[in-house]
Design a protein around this ligand. Structure first.
Ligand SMILES: [Zn+2]
Length: 157
């Protein structure tokens, strides 16, 4: 009997928990939710995978997210002394249609994104000072043409 009561209590608490979770999700504004889904930056976001697998197919040798260099460039090609930063349009404030300033928590986002932008510039400058070629690829511009152009940029042709 005790056992049954316990089970009942347990399943009720699970139900309650699920309900709370759903309720919390609903409270997220549509804006925040779509941002969460499309802009969470992980180690292998899609644009990075596209660029890396393209370079791999073309026979380039590279390291990824190399911590030894400023801003952990997404792709480092030692042979060409070239670092590639693959930027999400939101997090790196691209002047394109993908980017919109968030309408809530304006101050927080403005500070955060402007800092991201400043940090990018600092990292790129540091790399160039060390004699590296810096290539920035924006997520919105990735297509076959851009990738082909990347090859000549790397090789300096
Ligand atoms: Zn963009």
């Amino acid at each position: 009997m005790l056992c049954l009561q316990y089970l009942l209590k347990l399943s009720l608490s699970i139900l309650h928990h699920t309900w709370i979770k759903r309720k919390m999700a609903d409270n997220h504004s549509k804006e925040v939710r779509s941002m969460n889904m499309s802009h969470i930056r992980s180690k292998d976001t899609k644009p990075e995978i596209i660029v890396r697998s393209f370079l791999h197919r073309k026979g380039f040798r590279f390291r990824k997210n190399d911590k030894r260099y400023p801003g952990k460039p997404d792709v480092v090609l030692p042979k060409y002394k070239t670092a590639i930063y693959i930027n999400g349009c939101f997090w790196h404030v691209h002047n394109c249609d993908n980017f919109v300033w968030p309408k809530s928590n304006t101050e927080y986002w403005t500070n955060k994104l402007i800092n991201n932008k400043k940090r990018d510039k600092k990292y790129h400058d540091q790399m160039r000072e060390k004699g590296w070629k810096v290539i920035v690829i924006w997520e919105c511009e990735i297509n076959e043409d851009r990738l082909q152009r990347l090859i000549s940029e790397i090789k300096g042709e």
